[in-house]
Design a protein around this ligand. Structure first.
Ligand code: C5P
Length: 240
């Protein structure tokens, strides 16, 4: 049986457009210790939301999915490292030069610092992609699991701390890249919840059993009539 402290392993996605809404959600879910700030909220609220979460002693997963040339992603990492966030994301599809530049930029920050240096996490293939999308839209001639493993190994070879992957790929990545290479899994759907745009999902418990270190869960919790109740239910299911 996988032992879990859900308070530490479930990252709730604060996918709302404005600071006030985000704060209201954090206040409704005091038991959540780890929050994801993504594109919508960062564009809507900027660094103020990060200051708020830091002030509340919350852990922050800043999911901005950097995707640009090496010089630009490296420069962005140096700025983001001043925000006091625990993890940041970059698309592995920026390639080896971009991943190395971003990781080098973080490694070269001077220590000791007031704020810890964020871990760099590579986004493999978005969990909204199916095998068919990969083959027909992106024209990638590999099987989906093989492609994702390739991206995970690329990220690991460039010194990244881990990857975002679907829970369906977590076991294989753990087996090949080792236990210490972090696996963060969105695409989590408790039984009975809406699939939405996610295509490669598992239930929270199945995802942890498959080797996910962290679950990123948004709509099943945040759009529920009683988010705290759903969060507690998920934690209880994970411990069964
Ligand atoms: O609402 P839902 O549970 O689908 O939210 C999943 C969250 O994880 C979203 O904030 C989304 O941006 C993020 N994510 C994802 N797939 C990835 C990387 C991040 O769904 N590959």
């Amino acid at each position: 049986m996988v032992s879990i402290n859900p308070a530490n392993q479930i990252i709730v996605a604060l996918d709302v457009p404005q600071l006030a809404e985000a704060i209201a959600l954090v206040e409704r879910l005091p038991q959540v210790t780890f929050w994801k700030v993504g594109l919508e909220l960062f564009y809507g609220a900027g660094t103020e939301i990060l200051e708020y979460l830091n002030h509340q002693n919350k852990r922050i997963f800043l999911d901005l999915k950097l995707n640009d040339i090496p010089n630009t992603v490296a420069a962005a990492c140096r700025v983001i490292a001043t925000y006091g966030v625990e993890m940041i994301t970059i698309h592995t599809s920026v390639g080896r030069a971009g991943l190395l530049a971003a990781q080098d930029a973080l490694n070269s920050l001077s220590t000791p610092r007031v704020k810890p240096i964020p871990q760099l996490i590579g986004v493999t293939l978005l969990t909204s992609f199916s095998a068919r999308d990969l083959a027909f839209d992106l024209k990638v001639p590999l099987e989906l699991p093989e492609y994702i493993l390739h991206l995970a190994l690329l990220a690991q070879g460039c010194g990244l701390a881990g990857v975002v992957c679907s829970p369906q790929e977590a076991a294989q990545i753990q087996q090949v890249c080792g236990d210490d290479f972090v696996r963060i899994c969105p695409g989590i759907r408790p039984l009975g919840s809406e699939q939405g745009d996610q295509r490669r999902s598992l239930t929270p418990k199945a995802a942890l059993d498959a080797g996910a270190n962290f679950l990123v869960i948004g709509r099943p919790i945040t759009q529920a009539p009683d988010p705290a109740h759903v969060f507690e239910q998920i934690c209880a299911q994970c411990q069964q």
